[in-house]
Design a protein around this ligand. Structure first.
Ligand SMILES: C[S@@+](CC[C@H](N)C(=O)[O-])C[C@H]1O[C@@H](n2cnc3c(N)ncnc32)[C@H](O)[C@@H]1O
Length: 236
């Protein structure tokens, strides 16, 4: 996974690059899969925000947020639907959702620095009704439940790189998702580590594909494809 990967070829123009895709039979474990890594990243970004007001990296670029909000608009998701952003990072997507009019928005992240940064950005934007919690999604509190919509932009990717039994962690992720999402609720995932087919396989139990969202195509060396997959699943 490339930091700051954007839609115009998030993986540096190639379908996959080191850190953004499995190599051989599985993912190469990486610091990107650890809490220490993310906490260090957001500690730095928090400092930068305090000094310069820069909100930092938006994973997969601005367009990734527009794409999701456009989908919600197209499907007339009510503005009072409860929305959970899993691994919210700097919380910029929460700000976009609230500005669009969503009134029941929650962001979780296992990095306390990420949640502090989100808090500071939300305050600066003058928004007050966004809920934030430090939570490990692989072990969510019982209070985290009943969501109509769950969003993941790069978090399942990060978890897939965990050096400590990533296969088990991916299973835990799917279990957590089943717990927090309502039946018939939607799960919107954006990934640069997994293809559409792989995601269909990962989320085959308890979820069905509702829609694939278009992402920009790349072509390289006579081959073409998408460097980012964006899918909407519905809980069955
Ligand atoms: C690639 S960043 C994406 C951040 C944000 N979603 C965005 O689009 O800008 C991955 C995020 O997932 C968070 N994360 C990774 N594993 C997590 C877990 N088990 N529970 C909660 N958050 C997690 C990291 O702290 C980081 O903020």
């Amino acid at each position: 996974m490339n930091e700051g990967a954007d839609d115009g070829g998030g993986a540096g123009g190639a379908a996959r690059s080191p850190g953004c895709g499995p190599e051989g039979d599985g993912f190469v474990p990486s610091a990107l899969g650890t809490r220490e890594h993310w906490d260090a990243v957001y500690k730095r970004e928090l400092q930068t925000f305090q000094e310069y007001g820069d909100t930092g990296e938006i994973w997969f670029g601005e367009e990734s947020m527009t794409r999701l909000i456009r989908w919600m608009q197209k499907h007339k998701i009510p503005l009072d639907a409860s929305v959970l952003d899993i691994g919210t990072g700097n919380g910029v997507f929460l700000v976009e959702l609230a500005k669009f009019g969503f009134s029941d928005v929650t962001g979780i992240d296992y990095s306390p620095s990420a949640i502090q940064l989100s808090q500071n950005i939300i305050e600066k934007e003058g928004l007050s009704n966004i809920k934030l919690k430090v939570e490990d999604f692989l072990n969510p509190s019982t209070k985290l439940s009943g969501f109509h919509i769950c969003i993941d932009k790069g978090t399942f990717d990060a978890i897939s790189l965990n050096p400590d039994n990533a296969i088990e962690k991916r299973k835990q992720y799917v279990e957590s998702l089943s717990r927090v999402l309502k039946v018939k609720g939607f799960f919107l995932i954006t990934s640069c580590n997994w293809t559409k087919e792989e995601l269909l396989d990962e989320f085959s139990e308890g979820f069905e594909l509702f829609e694939e969202l278009p992402t920009p195509k790349f072509s390289f060396g006579g081959r073409s494809g998408n460097s980012v997959a964006a899918l909407v699943f519905q809980k069955t």
